[in-house]
Write a protein that binds this ligand. Structure first.
Ligand SMILES: [Zn+2]
Ligand SMILES: [Zn+2]
Ligand SMILES: [Zn+2]
Length: 256
């Protein structure tokens, strides 16, 4: 049975936030400690990473991730891709290149963010991650690491980004708008992972109410919220949410 492990469930700042002394940032509940959002699918001994967060080094050490061959990238914001540098070690250990799947916009942005990976190295001597970008099209299924995947186009403010459907699970992180067409692409999933930032509205992310509304339209058996800020206390928010909608937490594994 395929599984999904949440390596990180935090927003771009992570929780606790630097220099913050709010109740959530100073909480002793380990579920209020959130690394940057990133997750690992596993099936039949194969693995597929979704995003490669700024905290990937720590996530790989904690969860003993010994190899990565394929990565679904949702978009090129720093919190989702600044772990790509850490992949050098897998290239060296396993003598392979790593496949990345993404939208055309994300491909363009990664080439600008990482000229030393995608262009000429700035200087000889330092190893860089060996990555092969594959541009995939909205709604068109493709195979990666033995998984059948469908890119789900959604909007993150004005930025077009991808969620991904993997069998009966959909993973949509940074998102403020889902079109009718994209709702159709996720119809019938059993497990939904969806970004829910905070109580107040935000220009580029669903707040809690908007995420609950989208989750109820999609109607999965179970919805897990991710990309959570220090505004949301794990136990308090979970007690207020409908029974089949919960905040995820770092280290949680779900099967689908
Ligand atoms: Zn983000
Ligand atoms: Zn705080
Ligand atoms: Zn983002």
């Amino acid at each position: 049975m395929p599984s999904l492990k949440f390596l990180g469930t935090g927003t771009s700042h992570g929780v606790p936030e630097i220099a913050c002394s709010c109740d959530v940032c100073t909480s002793t509940n380990s579920k209020n400690r959130r690394l940057r959002s990133c997750a690992l699918f596993q099936k039949n001994g194969r693995s597929l990473l979704i995003d490669c967060s700024k905290d990937f080094r720590e996530q790989a050490l904690v969860h003993k991730i010994i190899n990565i061959t394929d990565i679904l990238v949702t978009h090129a914001h720093a919190d989702h891709v600044f772990g790509l540098d850490e992949l050098r070690v897998y290239n060296r250990l396993h003598k392979n290149r790593i496949n990345l799947y993404m939208s055309p916009e994300c491909d363009n942005s990664l080439r600008i963010l990482f000229p030393y990976i995608y262009g000429q190295p700035l200087q000889k001597g330092g190893g860089v991650s060996l990555l092969d970008n594959h541009v995939v099209q909205p709604g068109i299924a493709f195979d990666a690491a033995g998984f059948k995947i469908v890119p789900i186009p959604v909007m993150h403010g004005k930025l077009p980004v991808y969620g991904y459907r993997i069998g009966d699970l959909a993973y949509i992180t940074d998102c403020s708008y889902i079109s009718e067409e994209s709702f159709k692409l996720v119809r019938g999933v059993k497990v939904l992972v969806l970004g829910a930032l905070r109580y107040r509205e935000h220009p580029t992310h669903f707040n809690l109410d908007q995420a609950v509304e989208a989750a109820q339209i999609i109607g999965a058996d179970q919805t897990w919220f991710v990309h959570i800020s220090h505004n949301l206390d794990h136990d308090k928010v979970n007690s207020e949410l409908p029974d089949n909608i919960n905040l995820a937490y770092d280290g949680l594994t779900v099967r689908f």
